[in-house]
Design a protein. Structure first.
Length: 86
């Protein structure tokens, strides 16, 4: 999950990233990868936090290189597993 979020964070602008989180595109991408591991019903982003934003383009991270802090502090993603059959 962290890899998907970090990959999107490195490729998208802040507004595009927020747009994907709010509309559920990011949750859908995480769901498609996570369903290979165990059956799930729904995955959604509960909350996210902007830690820092570059003030100028000189401070920006080159595309494709994601700082380790971004991977470690990925947004909280909730997964709901199906109820066991009775």
């Amino acid at each position: 999950m962290g890899k998907i979020v970090a990959e999107k964070a490195s490729k998208l602008t802040y507004s595009q990233l927020c747009h994907e989180m709010v509309l559920g595109k990011m949750g859908s991408d995480v769901y498609n990868e996570a369903k290979k591991v165990c059956p799930l019903r729904h995955i959604g982003v509960r909350k996210s936090k902007l830690l820092s934003m570059p003030l100028s383009l000189e401070d920006a991270v080159p595309k494709g290189k994601v700082p380790k802090e971004v991977i470690e502090t990925a947004p909280e993603i909730a997964a709901v597993a199906p109820e066991p059959a009775a």
